[in-house]
Design a protein around this ligand. Sequence first.
Ligand code: NAD
Length: 512
Amino acid sequence: MANQLETALKKLGLPLTKQAISIGSKWQTGQGESLQVRSPINGQSLAEFTMASADQVAAVVEQANYAFEKWRTIPAPERGEFVRQFGQKLREFKEPLATLVSWEAGKITQEALGEVQEMIDICDFAVGLSRQLYGKTIASERPGHRLTEQWHPLGPIGVISAFNFPVAVWAWNAAIAWACGDPVVWKPSEKTPLTAIACQTLVAQVLAENPNVPPAVSCLLVGGADVGQALASSPNLPLISATGSVPMGRAVAQTVAARLGRSLLELGGNNGMIIAPSADLELAIRSITFSAVGTCGQRCTSLRRAIVHESIASKLRDQLLSVYERLPIGNPTVDGTLVGPLIDERAFESMEAALNAAKKQGGIVHGGGRVVGNVPEGGFYVKPALVEIAPDAQIVQQETFAPILYFMQYDNLETAIDIHNGVPQGLASAILTNDVREAELFCSAAGSDCGIANVNIGTSGAEIGGAFGGEKETGGGRESGSDSWKLYMRRATNTINYSTDLPLAQGIRFEI
Ligand code: NAD
């Protein structure tokens, strides 16, 4: 297995000695704390190097600002061509990059390939977008005047990302930002720096073929929360796009707000699904299982709460438990594995703590606990848990980043929607029903209060074409498709007078 990783690293051209900072294709050594990178598969050391310090952030941001001066004046379709070439590079290196994602984040091969495919998809989207950064023309109330909107590049974007989508989240931001004319300064999770170094290495290859592109359109800083805070406080980064836990988002949002900057927050979810009496049970089993145990429950959109009609609850529970019994848990790079490891010991401890709390609060816990046989030593492999529990139990309010599915019952749909919406987070949601009235109610203003509301599919696995993000404590941000690009640009409203007169708006008379 280690050979598979070595081959991937070689193909990707990762330098043997890792450095924490990169401006385009130039690397610099960090002056922060030492970082030991370990694989969640077996705990093996993947690299050791010094992270960037907070003091090193300003110089990198300065370079990104110089790059912005030029990048913003390059026509958007030409910027799109750079993104197109990067998308091609990703196609070429899809497999080795996915292998590295598996080794560093613990994803099964299929999901790791899917993550890189998502990067390719967003590049394609951004290429098209580079010819569609439309502004409106508005009918002016004044004769001989034209009222119009233009969208201009905003400036360098600071991107802070989480471990569980180590490369896709950056790509969602970078592809759109580049098309919009913005350089990107990326601080990846310190748990997954190698995938970030690999991405930067691939960008450098594209930069080498495009001397017209200022290299600092892509900057990388591997560092901890202090580096994230330094980015958040930098007045030269007009937008901070931060993905991670709610406490992280709260800290970043306050720092950015203190300087009146713009933040795009993609924070924790506590995603629910209502399973109605008319639901197709086979589809229910498949969609619940993928959403609840996929990525070992470590997606922001992972299904955490099943709200099941009482008439089908025991049948659905029994069928789910029988599927859970058969789940192939183990090395994520082995074909057929569906559940890989948790990211680290801390994640395992929070799963244990949540299950203990659930028991104390009256929950009946099925599954859970560490798996030790037939899995690589040194990794934290767990049995996904299904917990029968009352909807008002306190633990149900909390996102535990592990495969725990709280299984609750309801008697009428209004109650189910109340239970569904009665948590602080608001990311992804779903209803399984064959009743069009129930489906439409769930998607209506009186239904799910989340940023994503699905019918007859699970909560996880969004496509890049839609705007992605959630409400309430999830932070309100939207990135990826639809019109999310507008956050990465500034809007200028232009009034152009082509008459010889000077009529004032609102008919105001001001004669001199
Ligand atoms: P985390 O909050 O621990 O870390 C995320 C990133 O924030 C890392 O790069 C980290 O170094 C940085 N960071 C942490 N504290 C910071 C601070 N005070 N100031 C600045 N930066 C700081 O999250 P994680 O464990 O890597 O990821 C799991 C969490 O991310 C879950 O809550 C999950 O739901 C969420 N997530 C959300 C989305 C989404 O799109 N909504 C996507 C992926 C993950």
